[in-house]
Design a protein around this ligand. Sequence first.
Ligand code: ZN
Length: 457
Amino acid sequence: MQLWRADWIHHEGTFRRDHALLIGDEGRIAACGPRAEVEALAGDAEVRELAGRAIAPGTISAHSHAFQVFLRGAGDHPASFPDWVSRYLYPLLERLDDDSLEAAALLCFHQMLRAGITTVGEFHYVHNGVDFAGRAGELSRIVIRAARKVGLRIAFISTLYDVKQRTGQGRMARPAAEAVSEIRGLARELAGDPFVTVLPAPHSLHGATRASIEAGAALAEELDTRWHIHLAEQEDDVPFAQERHGARPLEVLERWGVLSERTVLVHGIWLSPEERALLAERGGGLVTNPTTNMALGDGIAPLRDLLDRGVSVGLGTDMNAAPNVLTELRTAEYLQRVQSLEMGRLPRVGGAEPDPAVLWRLATTHGAELLGVEAGALAAGQWADLLVIDLADPSLLPGSLLGGDALLNLLSSSMVPETALAETWVGGRCVATRGEVAGLPLDELRARVAAAAALGA
Ligand SMILES: [Zn+2]
């Protein structure tokens, strides 16, 4: 066991002084709390004194498409979302061979660790080879292996995608029964793996048929997990659902009898007030992706209203132009300000006085809940997924001299993780030190990316 002492330790909603952390040999937190209480349990644990440091839980990106990092620099100025899909996304998919998929995942996951992300919810939909032959099992393992190599915890969200109307969809489409059997097999194979969780996800109302969506919801029940689905991202998704299925997007799920506390919507920007009430009533959750939503011209998610109604909201880095959950957190709040022309929107959920802990939960515990991982808080029984923060980093001054809520505010308002993070830990193992990822040296990463055949088209 290891007993850690630091200037500030995040515990029960804020950074606290005179606290300590006890990490068990199996990689979980054995205790966190006031120093005297934790030390009484420490026995002969090895002691680590972290002067000038704060310890925080790692952040969680609850929605990511890792391979989309290969759109950076090329797909930045499309005319519209459909244009982005047709001219950039689908052509990339058509040339993304195994080595390219792996290189993209390594690049994305490496950068996530450097940004203080310790769990990714990887929404994966590349199930077929470049010749469109079914190779779901191998392609899933390539992505999971990339997360394992860098040391990132992965909730592997595997899609059911059975609509094939365009060539680009040839990489994704497979019969629902085949998807269920592959996802079930993967979940069984990886059950008990401390670093991997498997969840099903019917892709969306335009990528999955009713049969696929029902099968995904049933599989989540069987596996006892949540299930994710893209919903109401673009304004056009509403008339699409109405024309195709005779109701607004969330009402379609309700009519089909699949909407439940296991359902996690990705985006939900264009949900009506009635649909938001329905989501809250059924106990469903939502992942918001503010930077991607801005980049793709999607709109602004009604986060204040959703949180007021008690919906659990997590944050995603989605297209991963610059994966960083703390940036997403800041952006989520700022977009609410721009829309409402008021300040302190999300921290005022539940009361008149702002509480930064409300904001912080979006980046940590809510994401963990939506992915079904035991992480996101420094508490007994959780995985020791944590950040060792250098309080002297200029991006944290001057608030780091004050600690407490001031420090909490700095994380979401000014911290540059790439310089302020001294160490990143996942499952009780140090996976990155000062931006150097132990499992994947920078030179190796650069060589892998440079050799990727999917580039340069
Ligand atoms: Zn997505």
